[in-house]
Ligand binder design. Structure first.
Ligand code: NAD
Length: 418
């Protein structure tokens, strides 16, 4: 079985980091306590392909406490926290990941995880599901269902289901409100800006920040940027979201005009080549561009390469392209999702909700596998979302108002009027 990590000498630091995350993930810890008693995942084989962070380690410990055999590989070659990976390997978790791994290593690790012949896959970007469908279809016979953590993965899976190409059911964990309205919005908002400041010492107040995409992540990034004193320009293709950005106090422009005014560009669309040659050609000298969407496809760096005279590393994962006309464009994290590539990703508190949904969905699949009999994308059961929200409120000591009987009856009636 084994493992592949960068340096086992980092295990002590990794364990301390995981302990820190546990202190900020009260809901998942409560679930772990129950799992340890009830063992709802006894003997269930779970293959996980997630960002290898201290919060993911808390999820792995929880699944194992529930009796699962769980393996882990990275969902991005740049996001692995090597100390956390070492700590998990030391605890006996079969983990296959190292920060900066090559493409060949990435797919070898993914296959090491799949070798366990999983009953459940847990993906962040659908790479396991993709590999199973395209390269290892014999594994489908053992699979009960999958779980998907991010918007880009869910979009792909819905496209597969629509085309009749999806061969086992998947639960869209990303889409449940305690995940996408918390993690994508607050998590991506806070961590993206924090990481950019940390990596570059960029001054946010007074700057013009262009946010491309005003979905759950884009709204979060914009909110934090405005809160810190930036002028925020939003670029959107959806007229309703563009209007919402306007009403929220952002300046709305198309990409060509935004390219001329931005000091910092952040893409969060999940779409391809949203910043490309025609836009790089218009940017100010020393404009910074980065991506917080799932894949490294939002910035067309091939276009930037074609425009460049030279390129150099300024700091780790901060590259300066000098263009033939003398302007410089700074690219962070090679266009990969910046909040995980350049730092540690979301706050543990927000991952508490995402990964509590993942843990409870694993339990739900184990108990209800017979009912998940269509090869389609299922929603997270509303009860799970509600449980996560209630436990989180309780953990923070926040009161929840309850409907009176009279109010419940009123809301269910139609006869009472003016
Ligand atoms: N960095 C992270 O930690 C993190 C966390 C969660 C999600 N994600 C990823 O971030 C991306 C966005 O996720 P989301 O939940 O906000 O998705 P979303 O669907 O809620 O929002 C995406 C928005 O981008 C807009 N858009 C699409 N193409 C565009 C274009 N060419 N120009 C301008 N706008 C465009 C869409 O209209 C939509 O409003 C996905 O790839 C997702 O997987 C990253």
């Amino acid at each position: 079985m084994g493992y592949r990590v960068k340096n086992m000498g980092l295990a002590g630091q990794g364990a301390a980091n995981i302990e820190w995350a546990e202190a900020h993930m009260p809901v998942l810890m409560l679930i772990r306590k129950r799992f340890a008693k009830e063992k709802p995942l006894k003997g269930v084989r779970i293959a996980a392909c997630l960002h290898v962070t201290k919060e993911t380690a808390v999820l792995m410990r929880t699944l194992r406490a529930g009796g699962a055999e769980a393996r882990l590989c990275a969902s991005n070659p740049l996001s692995t926290q090597d100390d956390v990976a070492a700590a998990l390997a030391k605890e006996g978790v079969p983990i296959f990941a190292s920060k900066g791994e090559s493409n060949a290593e990435y797919y070898k690790d993914l296959n090491s995880v799949l070798d366990m012949k999983p009953n459940i896959t847990v993906d962040d970007g659908a790479d396991l599901i993709n590999a199973i469908h395209s390269k290892r279809p014999e594994l489908i016979a053992n699979l009960w269902a999958g779980q998907e953590e991010t918007t880009t993965g869910v979009i792909r899976l819905r496209a597969m289901a629509k085309a009749g190409a999806l061969k086992y059911p998947v639960i869209a964990v990303n889409d449940t409100p305690t995940k996408c309205l918390m993690d994508n919005h607050y998590g991506t908002g806070e961590s993206t800006l924090h990481v950019i400041m940390n990596a570059t010492t960029f001054m946010i107040p007074g700057s013009t920040i262009v946010v491309v995409g005003y979905g759950n992540c884009g709204k979060g990034v914009s909110k934090f940027a405005r809160g810190m004193g930036a002028k925020v320009v939003v670029v959107e293709v959806n007229p309703v979201e563009a209007l919402r950005a306007h009403m929220d106090g952002c300046i709305v422009m198309d990409m060509r005009n935004a390219a001329k005014v931005g000091d910092l560009f952040i893409t969060v669309t999940g779409n391809k080549h949203v910043i490309r040659r025609e836009h790089f050609g218009l940017m100010k000298d020393r404009a910074i561009v980065c991506n917080s969407g799932h894949f490294d496809i939002e910035l067309n760096l091939k276009d930037l390469d074609a425009l460049k005279k030279s390129k150099r590393d300024i700091m780790p994962l901060v590259e300066e392209y000098t263009l033939k006309d003398g302007r410089r464009i700074i690219v962070l994290a090679q266009g990969r999702l910046v909040n995980l590539a350049c730092a540690k990703g979301h706050p543990s508190d927000v991952m508490d909700m995402s990964f509590s949904n993942q843990a409870l969905c694993s339990e739900y699949i184990a108990k209800n596998k017979a009912a998940l009999n269509e090869n389609t994308v299922y929603d997270v059961p509303k009860e799970i979302d509600k449980t996560v929200a209630e436990l989180k409120l309780k953990a923070h000591g926040l009161g929840l108002e309850r409907l009176t009987l009279e109010q419940t009856e009123y809301l269910n009636s139609f006869t009472e009027g003016t």
